[in-house]
Every structure is written in structure tokens, then in C-alpha cells.
Design a protein around this ligand. Structure first.
Ligand code: SF4
Ligand code: SF4
Ligand code: SF4
Ligand code: FES
Length: 727
């Protein structure tokens, strides 16, 4: 331990700590601007300067390591003067009229005053007004005037990317966003450009964030101390009044998040001392308040859908369930809470219904991920899984597992953001991923028919030498993976609660249930898959309108409006906390089912639902392309959905980022087939007939097309197809 003195207080510190860290830990205030916890200190703003006994000039405390016997002063007239000077210099390039205006207080309270400042310059019109570190520092340091000429950069606001905007006129070049993107996210999208007074933050070649492969994680937005980077959805909703710590239920990672609330409105969702992804950062608030949400029960009366009260809705549902009982088929989304899933099982037991399944296929070979189990010198082999898009917080944890940086190898015929940042990308012919694995682990020489060069296989073998090898794959995207026993397999799926549902079992696969002719009443909790037959009654319990003709709609609240829990990829139970009251007349899934159960004289309390059969995942037949079906259709799990609804169908930003409502067609193949970008195409297989708009790309290999699975496609596996234009 090290002993030092700060502001006449004797303080113990650890070797390697900085003076700023120690001062903060002991509640001693030192102003900062470029410093950000968890980022390498940069020493750029000079606001955190301190005086050290024996040193002639003040030094930045954020980069100053503690030393034994050090005597530090943090608050002297000299330091105050110098800090004011540094901040005044910073403000000479940042619109500051409001910051030093003598009417500031009254303006904030009473007036829409733009007397001294143009609209574009005024704090009043900045999305961060009231939550800005500059405003706070100006007040704390008592700045009343700026003695330098104001230089406005006059840059155009960058609004062309989804989710967040950039107004670099407000940037104070603290570099927090650049360091966050590089050091923590490992994305390297942002950097300083130019030199001297021309210095700016931006992307290489001024490409848009979409073009350059930004993850839109929002980590840069969250560390920006000014209004330079701002969340587009929340910017005019006002500052949050409170936040609720909860869990994101949009994928199986179940990240801890804060839902920021004003009145009964979700303003935004932000990470809770961790890293999250674009879905959790920018998807939740617009999802909760989406204009398409149905928030009242709706009953079909003749040809019309009529808004009804809950009592009438329950009368209808109970009459129908009593009538059909075991002839009811129940399909539920894994994105319900555990409490709601338990209620669904209880209701199915009470009805003696043997037709219970999830709205999306589940795989049986999943087990809890043990993040603490990684040991030694690690190498992760990732097969057919875009971990940046689907599991980015998990990837960040894997990357920071050990002191020695783990190595990453990707085996995938499809290009993704992940392939750009790993140590080795092996791009085999489609369907040859398992053969690449065999080559990598082969003791003897083997024939190589994978399209991966022998040299790359050798590079892979070298990376695997004397390492602890973990194989990560999504069982939805690749079947029948075989590797030697010393390789630890980690199957990953995007569906939250997957482990819980596998443990409880279901009666059949989604498609088998939908083909069951004995079902008269379909009860859907989540989006409706493609229906190939008519039912006497269809009851939908969901947040958004289904694509099927239904008889009754029961409006449910989203996970931001309910209390409950979910089970994540590690098998951990995570709390879901109510951030706002359910919108309109919507209610939680478990409340709705409890009300139905009560009316059916079924007591849901303290009853353990019976275990059902184990789920049998469909094994895709690895058929070869031929004359009739010359194109490979690749089907991947879609992790960008809520209760089966594609986020891209609900939010423009996700449509631009993900494009999962499109079929991706290889550029050369599209030319051969005369398919134009955006044009509708037919994908015809042995038992398949899909019509979707095309998106032309080089990400998928030649002679192939890729779709992200959606329940409305019905039973779709990777298979040979032919592609035709719709004219
Ligand atoms: S959103 Fe994430 S990936 Fe994109 S620039 Fe910001 S920190 Fe980097
Ligand atoms: S954009 Fe924000 S975080 Fe990035 S350098 Fe400018 S002020 Fe700092
Ligand atoms: S990784 Fe999953 S749980 Fe985490 S924020 Fe994204 S969608 Fe939500
Ligand atoms: S916070 Fe230390 S120099 Fe900016």
C-alpha cells in the first residue's frame, strides 16, 4: 500500500492507482472532462490538474500515478484560475452564449428566450440541456465570460445514420467516444481526423456509420459529455425523471439495463455498468410506445373488430376454451416472463391440452454457459454465428477473459462484422464447415475439398496448438457438429428462456402443431406463424397486430411494463422490473392467464406444471444443389425480434441496419439471374415457396441466398432452391 496526503487528509492507495481515482474514492472533488472510468486516461482537457509538493507546475491527476509520501492539493486559487482558463478555451469552440448568459436561470424557468443566442446555438434547444457536463462545469468553476473570440465550426449535423445523430459543432474533442469505441467495443469506428484547430472526430474517409460497420451499440453516445452525440428517439422526450434497473429480454444474454422514465413514458434504455447491444440500447423505448401496439381487447363481431372490456373478452375466451379444451393448441413465444410461461403450462394442464409448443424452433442440445469456466490460453472457434450482431456483450466478455488475449477463428461462408476483427477467417464452401473442423483437428493428412486454402488450414492449426479450445456455434444455423472430446462445445441461441423451456419440455415442434388436424382452437401468445389451415377459433395474446385473421385479441404489456423474471444463456434467473404502468388496457401475460384460469376454476397458485416431452429439433437434410434447384438457401436464426415480430418491421433503424425482411442475394448471382436490388423474388424449394424483396450483397457466397428465419415463413431450413423474379 502507498500512503499519500490529499488536501491535508492522509490516504492509503494501491500501487498503480492515479491521484484522481484515489481522490474520487475518498469523496474529494476534482473537475474532469476527458476522463471516463474504464477508459485509458488521455490527459487532454487539463481540468483535473492538481498541485504536488515539490513540483513547479500543476499536473493532470487522471494520468498521475500515486507515489509514497506524495502531498497533493486539489483546490487552490492557482488551480481554479488555470481550470477556468482551460474551460474558457474549450468553450471558445463550443456555442456558449446560454452558458454565460445572466438571464440563464429565468430563461430555464419561464422564457423561451433566444434573445442572446441563435436557435441553433442555444442550450434550450440542445437535447442534453440539463444533463450536460459542460453546463455543470461552467457553474462549478464559476465562469461568467469567455475572453476569446468564438469560433463556430459550422458543420452539418450528421443525420443520415439510424439511431443517433452527430452534431460535431458541440464536440469538445474529449475523445471519450473514440476511446470507448476502440478500447471497450473493439470496433474502431471513430478516430480523430486532421490536426490542430482543424481536429475533428469522425470515421475513416467520412463514411457513414452504416457503411463503415458501426455496431450502433450507443456506447459512444453514453459517454459523450455534451449534446454532440444524441439518441434520435429520445432527444425531444425530455430528461428522464427516474430509472428502473431491469433486464433486457430481447435476447438470451439478458443484459442488465436501466429503463429511463419520464411520467409514464420510457425515454430510453441504457446499460447498467456493462455493455449492451443496439437492440437493448435503441430498441426498447420505441418498441414499448410503438404506434402499432394494440392496447385494448378486440373482439370480432361479424366482420368487424370491436374494442371490448376485459370482462367480455374473458367471457369469450373461457367459453371457447371450455368448448374446445384438449382440442386447443397453444403456441407461445419464449420471450414471455417465466411466471407467464408457468401460467401457460398450468392452463394447458388444466385443459388437458397435449398440444403446447413455442412459436419458434428450439434446440435440445443447449446447456448453461459457464463464463467463469474458461481457463488458460484460450482459442475460440466460432462457426456460422455472427457474434457481433447477435451476442456482442458476450463476445466482449470472451475477449477480456484472460490476461493473454484469446485467439478467435471464424468458420463461416457468410461474411459479417465479426470476420473483419478475428485472427483468422476460414471461408469454406457452403455446407463444408464441419469438414473444415475435421481438417483443423486431423492428426493425419486429409483431402481438402472445402475451398479453404491448405495454407489457411495450417494457420488455423498453429493457432489451436497447445490452447484450450472452445467451439461456439448456433445449433439453429449448423447441425451435427463433431469435434474431438478435448474441444468444449458451446451452443448458443438467441432465445431468452430457452433453457427453461427445454427443461419443461413441449409437446411438439411449431410446424407439427400447426399441421395437427385435431386442433379446433389456436391460442397464440406471440406472433402468428404461417397458417396452412382454418381454425374454428383463433385467440391472439400479444402486443402487436398479427397477420392472421383472429377472433379475439388480448393486449399484453411489454417487459418494460411488468414484474417477473427470465432465464438467460448462463442459466441465471434475472429480474424483470416494471418501469412504467402497462399502456392503455394492456396487462401482463401472467395476469391475463390467471384471470382466465380463475374463471375456468383452475387455481394456478403453488401448482407445478407437469413436464412435457423433450423438444426434438428438426435436422436439416444436407441436400446438394442440382439442375432443378441450383441455389443454396441459407437460413439463419433471427435474433432481432420480439415475440416473433421482426424489429425491422417495427423500426426503420433496424430495417436499415439488419434488413432481415429481405433475402440477401450474392451480387454475381443476382446479375446472372437478373435480380435487381429491392425487387421481389420467388424462392422455390422442394416444399417451399417464399416471396421476398431482394437485397444484393457480397456477404453471401456465390450461388446462394440468405434469409433470417421468421415464423411467417413456415417450416424453412437451409436447402437447395431456385430463384425466380416476380414480374
Ligand atoms: S455506436 Fe458503438 S460501434 Fe458505433 S461508433 Fe459508437 S461505440 Fe463505436
Ligand atoms: S463527440 Fe462527444 S465524446 Fe466524442 S470527442 Fe466530441 S464531445 Fe467528446
Ligand atoms: S445483447 Fe441481448 S439482452 Fe443484451 S442488450 Fe442486446 S438484445 Fe438485450
Ligand atoms: S480529466 Fe484529466 S486531463 Fe481531462
Amino acid at each position: 500500500m502507498i500512503k499519500l496526503e490529499i488536501d491535508k487528509k492522509e490516504i492509503m492507495a494501491k500501487k498503480g492507482e492515479t491521484v484522481l481515482e484515489v481522490a474520487q474514492r475518498h469523496g474529494i472533488y476534482i473537475p474532469t472532462l476527458c476522463y471516463q472510468k474504464d477508459l485509458v486516461p488521455y490527459g487532454g482537457c487539463r481540468l483535473c490538474i492538481v498541485e504536488v509538493k515539490g513540483w513547479s507546475i500543476p499536473v493532470a491527476s487522471c494520468t498521475l500515478p500515486v507515489e509514497d509520501g506524495m502531498v497533493v492539493k486539489t483546490d487552490t486559487p492557482r488551480l481554479k484560475k488555470l481550470r477556468r482558463f482551460s474551460l474558457q478555451l474549450i468553450l471558445s469552440e463550443h456555442p456558449h452564449a446560454c452558458l454565460i448568459c445572466d438571464k440563464e436561470e429565468e430563461c430555464a424557468k419561464y422564457q423561451e428566450c433566444i434573445e442572446k443566442s441563435a436557435v441553433t446555438f442555444g442550450c434550450k434547444f440542445c437535447a442534453r440541456n440539463g444533463d450536460c457536463e459542460l453546463q455543470e462545469l461552467v457553474e462549478k468553476l464559476g465562469i461568467k465570460e469567455i475572453p476569446f473570440e468564438f469560433s463556430y465550426r459550422n458543420l452539418e449535423i450528421e443525420k443520415f445514420d439510424p439511431f443517433f445523430e452527430r452534431d460535431y459543432n458541440l464536440c469538445i474533442l474529449c475523445g471519450r467516444c473514440v476511446r470507448m469505441c476502440q478500447e471497450v467495443r473493439g470496433a474502431g469506428i471513430l478516430d480523430f481526423q486532421h490536426r490542430g484547430p482543424e481536429t475533428l472526430v469522425g470515421t475513416a474517409y467520412n463514411l457513414s456509420h452504416l457503411e463503415i460497420g458501426c455496431q450502433f451499440c450507443g456506447a459512444c453516445v453514453d459517454v459523450c459529455p455534451t449534446g454532440a452525440l444524441r439518441d434520435r428517439y429520445s432527444k425531444w422526450l425530455g430528461l428522464p425523471e427516474r430509472y428502473v434497473k431491469t433486464t433486457c429480454a430481447l435476447c438470451n444474454i439478458g443484459c442488465s439495463i436501466k429503463i429511463n422514465v419520464r411520467a409514464n413514458t420510457v425515454v430510453s434504455s441504457t446499460p447498467d455498468n456493462n455493455q449492451i447491444c443496439v437492440r437493448g440500447r435503441f430498441g426498447i423505448a420505441p418498441l414499448v410506445h410503438h404506434p402499432k401496439r394494440i392496447i385494448s381487447p378486440m373482439l370480432r363481431k361479424g366482420e368487424r373488430l370491436v374494442e371490448v372490456e376485459w370482462e367480455e373478452a374473458f367471457d369469450f375466451v373461457c367459453t371457447k376454451l371450455n368448448e374446445y379444451r384438449a382440442k386447443t393448441g397453444i403456441l407461445f413465444s419464449p420471450q414471455l416472463t417465466i411466471e407467464a410461461i408457468n401460467s401457460v403450462y398450468g392452463l394447458a394442464d388444466h385443459l388437458q391440452c397435449e398440444k403446447l409448443a413455442t412459436t419458434s424452433a428450439l434446440e435440445t442440445n443447449l446447456k448453461p454457459l459457464d463464463l467463469k469456466g474458461f481457463r488458460g490460453d484460450l482459442v475460440f472457434v466460432i462457426v456460422n454465428t455472427d457474434m457481433i450482431s447477435d451476442f456482442s456483450p458476450l463476445l466482449l466478455k470472451l475477449r477480456s477473459q484472460q490476461k493473454i488475449k484469446p485467439a478467435f477463428i471464424v468458420i463461416d461462408a457468410v461474411d459479417s462484422k465479426l470476420t473483419q476483427i478475428v485472427d483468422l477467417w476460414l471461408r469454406p464452401e457452403l455446407g463444408k464447415e464441419v469438414d473444415v473442423l475435421k481438417l483443423l483437428f486431423a492428426q493425419k493428412k486429409m483431402k481438402n475439398t472445402t475451398a479453404v486454402s491448405t495454407q489457411d488450414i495450417k494457420l488455423g492449426k498453429d493457432l489451436l496448438k497447445k490452447k484450450n479450445i472452445y467451439l461456439l456455434y448456433n445449433p439453429y444455423n449448423i447441425k451435427n457438429i463433431t469435434v474431438p472430446k478435448y474441444v468444449k462445445k458451446i451452443p448458443l441461441t438467441a432465445k431468452i428462456n430457452a433453457l427453461k423451456i427445454i427443461d419443461m419440455g413441449v409437446d411438439s415442434s411449431t410446424m407439427d402443431l400447426l399441421q395437427d388436424k385435431n386442433i379446433d382452437c389456436l391460442y397464440l401468445l406471440g406472433t402468428a406463424p404461417k397458417l396452412n389451415r382454418k381454425y374454428k377459433t383463433i385467440i391472439v395474446q400479444d402486443c402487436f397486430p398479427p397477420q392472421v385473421r383472429f377472433d379475439l385479441f388480448l393486449p399484453t404489456a411489454t417487459f418494460a411494463e411488468v414484474n417477473g423474471s427470465v432465464v438467460n444463456i448462463e442459466g441465471k434467473i434475472k429480474r424483470i422490473r416494471k418501469a412504467i404502468e402497462p399502456l392503455g388496457k394492456s396487462k401482463s401475460d401472467d395476469w391475463i392467464i390467471a384471470q382466465i384460469s380463475k374463471r375456468l376454476n383452475h387455481n394456478t397458485k403453488n401448482r407445478k406444471p407437469k413436464k412435457r416431452k423433450t423438444i426434438i429439433s428438426a435436422i436439416a437434410k444436407n441436400r446438394k444443389v442440382g439442375e432443378k434447384y441450383p441455389i443454396h438457401l441459407i437460413v439463419r436464426e433471427n435474433s432481432y425480434s420480439f415475440r416473433g415480430h421482426r424489429l425491422s418491421d417495427l423500426m426503420k433503424g433496424f430495417e436499415r441496419l439488419r434488413g432481415d425482411g429481405y433475402v440477401r442475394v450474392n451480387k454475381r448471382t443476382a446479375k446472372k439471374l437478373r435480380v435487381k436490388d429491392g425487387a421481389e423474388i420467388k424462392i422455390i424449394g422442394r416444399t417451399l415457396n417464399l416471396v421476398m424483396p431482394a437485397r444484393i450483397t457480397e456477404d453471401v457466397p456465390e450461388n446462394s441466398v440468405l434469409v433470417y428465419y421468421h415464423p411467417s415463413m413456415g417450416a424453412v431450413n437451409s436447402q437447395p432452391v431456385r430463384v425466380e423474379c416476380v414480374h
